[in-house]
Structures are given as C-alpha cells and as structure tokens.
Design a binder for this molecule. Structure first.
Ligand SMILES: Nc1ncnc2c1ncn2[C@@H]1O[C@H](COP(=O)(O)OP(=O)(O)OP(=O)(O)O)[C@@H](O)[C@H]1O
Ligand SMILES: [Mg+2]
Length: 373
C-alpha cells in the first residue's frame, strides 16, 4: 500500500501554490455568512466532488484543480476519513496521494451508484373536478399549476374540457388547434405531440373533444385512455394538473382513473352538498373498479366574499360535513380572476404581486405540505 501511495504521489506534477489559488474559485475569499449571496453567485462555487467518476480515477491532477481546500490544516491520518489537507497546507504545493483517494471521492461514487438504482420518479396527477359548472375548476387548475412551476416544479396541464377554457386562458384558440386531446384519446396519438409550451406545458383541447365521449364509447379500455397516454410523459413532470368539464361523463372518469389526487373547488355562494355527495359516489365507484389509490386531496372554497354572512356559513357547513378535507386556504373573490384569462395569462403572471396571485401561492404551499412531490 505504501508503495502504491508513493507511486501516486510521484505521478502528480508539482504545482506552484499561488497559481493553484488563482485558478480556484475559492480564491475569491470567504462568503460573509451574515449576507448570503444571490443564487446566481452560489452556482459558480466549484463542486467539492469531481465532475465525473472517471475523472476521479484517471485524471488525478485535474481532480486536484477541482478541490476545495479544507479550513482545517491539521494533518489527518490516511484512514481517518474526514478532513483533507489542503494543497497549500502541505507546504510544497503538491497533491498528496491521500487527497487523491480520500473517502469523499469514494462516497461520491457510491452516491452515483445509488442514484442509478433509484426508479424514475413519476408525476403526481391532480384532477380538478366538480360536476357543477362555474365553480373555478379551470381557474384553480391553471393558477395552482403556475404556482407549482414558480416553485421550480415541472408541470403539465391537461385541458380535458371541450369548452377549451384552460387552453384559451393560455392564449391558444381551441378552434385553431389542429391536434388535440381528441386525437390522443380516440386515435391513440402520443400526448407529447399535442403539448404546447406556455407559462406551463399544456396538452390542448379543441372543440371536437365534445365528440370524444361518443367516439370512445365503443373502445376497449375506454376509461383508461388518458392513463395510458400519460405514461409517455410521466417521468418528465413533477405534477400533472387535469381540468375537467362540468359533468361526470367519460372524460371526467378518464381523469379520475389517471389521477392520484382530486381537488374539488366549491363556490361558497351556491354550495351544493348534494353535488358533492354525488362526486364522492362517483369517486367510490372509480376506486372500486378502476383506480383504488385515488383520493380526495381537499375541498377548496372558492369565490369567497368574506364580507357576507352567507359565505361564512357556507364554509362552516363544508367544515362540519367534510372536516379536515376542507383546505385551510381560501380563494377570495377578485376581479383579476376574470381579467387574467382575457390576456391569456394566469393571475400569477397578470398581476404577480396581487392578493389574488397569493391565494394560489398559499394553496400550493398547503398542497406541498401535505407531502406531494
Ligand atoms: N376567485 C374568483 N373571484 C372572481 N371570479 C372568479 C374567481 N375564480 C374564478 N372566477 C371567474 O368565474 C368564472 C368561472 O370560473 P371557471 O371557468 O374557473 O369555473 P369552472 O368551474 O372551470 O367552470 P366550468 O364548469 O364551466 O368549466 C370565470 O369567469 C372566472 O374568471
Ligand atoms: Mg372550466
């Protein structure tokens, strides 16, 4: 072993300690702990591990260039494992064999191997459903999706409503769309072919989606068409957010079959308990026959006018009947929600600092705190 170490030491070229310092980013000096640098600055700090495992094994002198010096200059024994001696501290500016085979590099290799064994993470699929019309399904789908994206998640929205409101609210005219979810559901077109990039990625609807339920009705596995289509892109996204039409027909059943979690927007003015019970029954049928894992993530009070007693009572009734299933977040009434789609934008883009935008940022935090992603 000693002979090997000696051999490796000799193989490393001598370096001038000043030039070593000039090349290293760390030569710029320590960062003031009380004043953290912006993210862009943080990114230029060199990695403490070599860029590739091969480099660690075959290019020792370059590995030395990547090294970050240890603040602790005490000489560590070869098998102590924790501290590396900095090139400067060694006095002669040479890399020592112990630096080349330090356990941190071996840890790095082990981490790489462990990463390779991890299964590819697949997207969490949210469906926004309520067979009652005009309760803010589309508004919630888009704005929550954009709030996720703002937090750095990769998000795909799916417009499963023949009205095409989600598609329109990202500035795309459903009447001019050539390929849409109709082709995916009825003709098995890959979903990647109908995804358009806007604030978030969106699988678009067209008006002919209205005919999809009838066209699919004779298809074997008709309830699973969307689930099947999503497999192609499930590894590309953290979240898939599906907007549904105001009905419990085959399109909504496809969404519930493909989903992990259901978010139920409820307009507090015209609260319909009967409607929610009907939705729960449909979900039970899906759980028993098609998708045992799907569950309600939460019931979301929307369009809340907190000045009225009626709205307060409506939320109380919701909480009495559904307890913890009711989100803590509240989406209050705001004119910005009607204005933003006209501009083809989410409220978060249309007026980023508005309270309306923050309602959905708060909802995103609450959903993420439930353990998603
Ligand atoms: N918090 C809010 N305050 C005021 N207006 C809102 C709010 N949320 C949504 N709206 C508006 O209410 C209308 C209905 O909202 P939305 O289209 O999202 O409902 P929906 O449930 O998707 O309707 P549908 O069942 O027809 O698909 C839209 O004009 C929207 O801009
Ligand atoms: Mg809608």
């Amino acid at each position: 072993m000693e002979d090997e170490l000696q051999g490796m030491e000799e193989a490393v070229p001598e370096r001038d300690s000043d030039s070593f310092r000039d090349e290293g980013e760390w030569a710029a000096g320590p960062v003031d702990a009380g004043d953290p640098p912006p993210a862009a600055e943080q990114q230029v700090v060199p990695p403490t591990t070599p860029p590739t495992a091969e480099a660690a094994l075959t290019e020792p002198s370059e590995v030395g260039d990547e090294m970050e010096p240890s603040e602790d200059v005490d000489e560590a024994p070869l098998n102590a494992g924790e501290d590396e001696e900095s090139p400067e501290a060694s006095g002669d500016g040479r890399m020592r064999a112990v630096d080349l085979i330090a356990p941190t590099r071996l840890d790095f290799l082990a981490e790489r191997e462990a990463d390779a064994e991890q299964p590819v993470k697949t997207a969490e699929v949210f469906v926004f459903a309520n067979q009652k019309g005009g309760v803010a399904k589309t508004t919630t789908t888009l704005n929550l999706a954009v709030a996720f994206a703002e937090s750095g998640y990769r998000v795909l929205c799916i417009d499963l409503d023949p009205q095409g409101n989600l598609t329109m609210s990202q500035g795309i005219d459903p009447d001019k769309v050539e390929k849409s979810l109709y082709d995916v559901l009825v003709n098995d077109m890959p979903i990647s072919e109908i995804i358009v990039k806007r604030e978030i990625d969106i699988a678009v609807a067209s008006i002919d989606l209205a005919g999809a339920e009838i066209a699919m009705s004779t298809k074997i596995g008709r309830e699973r068409s969307l689930e099947k289509a999503l497999k192609e892109v499930a590894g590309d996204y953290d979240f898939v957010c599906i907007d549904t039409p105001p009905s419990l027909g085959l399109l909504t059943i496809n969404a519930l079959t493909a989903a992990n979690k259901v978010i139920v927007p409820v307009q507090c003015e015209y609260l319909s308990m009967r409607g929610l019970v009907q939705l729960q029954n449909t979900l039970k049928m899906i759980q028993e026959n098609l998708n045992p894992d799907v569950r309600i993530e939460g019931i979301l009070p929307t369009m809340l006018d907190s000045r009225t007693i009626h709205a307060k009572e409506a939320v109380e009734i919701l909480e009495e009947n559904f307890g913890d299933l009711v989100f803590q977040s509240r989406i209050k009434k705001a004119i910005k929600f009607a204005e933003a789609p006209v501009k083809g934008a989410s409220v978060l883009k249309y007026d980023s600092t508005s309270s309306a935008a923050n309602y959905y940022r708060d909802l995103a935090k609450e959903v993420l705190s439930h353990g998603s992603a």
